[in-house]
Design a protein around this ligand. Structure first.
Ligand SMILES: NC(=O)c1ccc[n+]([C@@H]2O[C@H](COP(=O)([O-])OP(=O)(O)OC[C@H]3O[C@@H](n4cnc5c(N)ncnc54)[C@H](OP(=O)(O)O)[C@@H]3O)[C@@H](O)[C@H]2O)c1
Length: 310
């Protein structure tokens, strides 16, 4: 099968389309013919720095949408021919930037009929991240006010919609050119982080979802009501965040996304009921994975980039 493999860490030029053996599904696994696979910041961070995977060779890609072609021993939830989407176990289950990939059944759910493979391939990692941050960690409830940074990005644009579906009052940050897009997702207020002080503009909030870290994360603690919670999805340098949170009598936590069938079911339900739509701003054929990495690494993408594999 064709796969985008790398032998060394480095720039986009280390990504090569290569023929490698097609994997066989092990116990509890399914083999999926990949139709589409999202590209995420963690792909280019792993490509360049190894991050949690260490030294290559490896095939990246955690998002999958495709068709089940074989099942391993003990699999009862899926059968060949089923259309599925999901996120491979993060970080060690990567490999969807290829024609086929195997993963545990509990990483997948059936793809809603009205959702294209391209859309389904864009959703899993960002929507599970937003769901696990807002629902599992923050327990976001109706009427609460939530501040979502980078609301036009992959995680942010899905988080805005999940928060609205939970009945929250949503405040997003984005550059001015993206305000109409973020309002269109359902955000009640949008703050231009380049020209305004988001701490003054946001007022008091119950929950912050922060994909940015640095000064933005620290200052976001000042927007929280006593007992409110900040969920960071960059689990680095949290010591200073916890210290400042304690001073302000607020809570702070950080998380890494996990494969999660219950979360995927919730996401599929939101999609099927029309409350969650993914915005795919660009697609690339598998062979052009390097171009997708290069566009993503600009940090300016609106919504998602997807590799179309078949
Ligand atoms: N912990 C986890 O499991 C987990 C999961 C998913 C992602 N992440 C991490 O979260 C981060 C975001 O991921 P993503 O997929 O959402 O990235 P992304 O799609 O690449 O985010 C791009 C968006 O960020 C916005 N942005 C950049 N700087 C901003 C700022 N200072 N304030 C507000 N918006 C800003 C840009 O909008 P403008 O053009 O308007 O600036 C752009 O639309 C990445 O570092 C990623 O690795 C972690």
């Amino acid at each position: 099968m064709r796969a985008i493999r790398q032998e060394t860490l480095g720039g986009t030029d280390v990504l090569h389309e290569t023929e490698i053996p097609r994997p066989d599904p092990g116990v509890g696994q399914i083999l999926v013919a990949v139709h589409a696979a999202g590209v995420n910041p963690t792909d280019w961070k792993h490509r360049a720095f190894g991050l949690y995977l260490g030294e290559p060779p490896f095939v990246l890609g955690w998002d999958v949408s495709g068709t089940v072609t074989a099942v391993g021993a003990g699999v009862s939830l899926f059968a060949p021919g089923d259309e599925v989407f999901g996120m491979l176990p993060y970080p060690y289950g990567a490999g969807s930037h290829a024609e086929y990939v195997t993963g545990p059944t509990r990483a997948f759910v059936h793809k809603p009929a009205g959702l294209s493979h391209t859309e389904a391939g864009a959703l899993p990692l960002v929507s599970l991240t937003a769901w696990q941050a807002l629902v599992d960690n923050a327990d976001l409830r109706p009427g609460q006010r939530v501040l979502i940074h980078a609301a036009a990005g992959g995680v942010g644009h899905v988080a805005v919609q999940i928060a609205k579906a939970r009945g929250a009052h949503v405040i997003g940050t984005a550059s001015a050119a993206k305000h109409d897009f973020v309002r269109g997702l359902g955000a009640d207020e949008v703050i231009d982080y380049r020209t305004a002080d988001f701490v003054k503009e946001a007022g008091e909030v119950d929950v912050v979802l922060d994909p940015l870290a640095g000064e933005t994360r620290l200052r976001s603690l000042e927007t929280l009501v006593p007992g409110g919670i900040l969920v960071s999805i960059l689990p680095v340098r949290m010591d200073e965040v916890h210290a400042r949170a304690a001073e302000l009598s607020v809570r702070a936590t950080s998380m890494l996304v996990e494969h999660d069938q219950a979360g995927m079911k919730a996401v599929a339900d939101l999609v099927a009921s029309g409350r969650l739509k993914v915005h795919v701003s660009g697609t690339y054929p598998l062979a052009d994975a390097a171009k997708a990495h290069a566009e993503g690494e600009t940090g300016r993408v609106t919504g998602k980039l997807v590799l179309t594999v078949r």
